[in-house]
Design a binder for this molecule. Structure first.
Ligand code: AMP
Length: 286
């Protein structure tokens, strides 16, 4: 496995791969890797001849007062995880390598960046779309792998690729969960034992709401109330949002009458957790 820290090293390292017409699979990450990230690397390994992982805590997707400074950066462990999962090249640039000059160009994926997390983290998806577009141009992968854990991000990236005609297949991968159902996240390490237990309520609430949909409940405000109550029953939490949205457009629904996504963002202590789950109704056409 080769570790590159500069854009030039990546271009040079991938030159022979591209010349040999070998498919490049790409997994962008912010590091602090866990089984969720590893599942993406394995999927890339399965599909592609050459696997590239980026590890970059992108400052432009963090807002003022967010956890940029304290975001975990265990690089040695991350490199080991990448090696074990079969990565060929890791790109771990510094912020000054990625944002060298007085850059003024950004990528904004209009309407899809506005609801859900976009409403609570202004500029977040612009930061994400811009860095992913830059990474795509540096790595030039045939396929790139993203987790459904960050559902809105996946939808935003798919739209960006479509709108900008980028020749990259976007592969969405299922959320990997800990025993008990908590969605794996680099931020889970901020949770105390008690808070981690409390955090199980996110998945439990979504699972119960999905069961309610299967049993015939379609009213979104009823379902959202149910989710909120279930999470608050587990302990003190501040809810950024509990929403059921159209799975493709991310528009808020009143009734579950098409393929939909239930999405939650909850603050437990200092830790902001997100989770989501698909819901569909038999016979609905989206
Ligand atoms: P991050 O390092 O948080 O920016 O995440 C990098 C990639 O890993 C993104 O595509 C995430 O959606 C994905 N990811 C993070 N957590 C999980 C998880 N629990 N299951 C599947 N994918 C995940």
């Amino acid at each position: 496995m080769f570790t590159a820290t500069t854009i030039a090293e990546v271009r040079e390292g991938l030159e022979p791969v591209r010349r040999a017409d070998r498919c490049i699979g790409f997994v962008p990450t912010m590091g602090a890797l866990h089984e969720g990230h590893v599942s993406l690397i394995r999927a890339a390994r399965r599909d592609c001849a050459h696997v590239v992982v980026s590890i970059f805590v992108n400052p432009t997707q963090f807002g003022p007062g967010e956890d940029l400074a304290k975001y975990p950066r265990p690089l040695e462990e991350d490199l080991r995880a990448c090696r074990e999962a079969g990565t060929d090249l890791v790109f771990a640039p510094t912020a000054s390598e990625m944002y060298r000059s007085n850059a003024v160009t950004t990528v904004r994926v209009g309407k899809l960046s506005e609801p859900l997390c976009g409403a609570f983290r202004p500029g977040h998806f612009e930061g994400v779309a811009t860095v992913v577009a830059k990474l795509f141009n540096i790595v030039m992968p045939g396929r790139a792998y993203f987790g459904e854990k960050d559902y809105q991000q996946l939808v935003v990236i798919r739209q960006m690729v479509r709108d900008l005609d980028l020749p990259i297949g976007i592969v969405g991968c299922p959320t990997v969960r800990e025993t008990g159902g908590l969605a794996m996240s680099s931020r889970n390490r901020y949770l105390s034992v008690e808070q981690r237990h409390q955090a199980l309520s996110l998945n439990q609430a979504l699972t119960e709401a999905r069961q309610a949909v299967t049993a015939g409940t379609r009213d979104v405000s009823m379902l959202c109330d149910m989710i909120r109550r279930r999470i608050l029953a587990a302990g003190e939490a501040r809810m950024d949002y509990v929403s059921i949205v159209d799975a493709a457009s991310l528009e808020a629904l009143q009734t579950v009458d098409r393929p939909a996504r239930m999405c939650v963002a909850v603050r437990i202590g200092d830790c902001r957790l997100i989770d989501n789950m698909p819901v569909d109704v038999p016979g609905a056409h989206g």
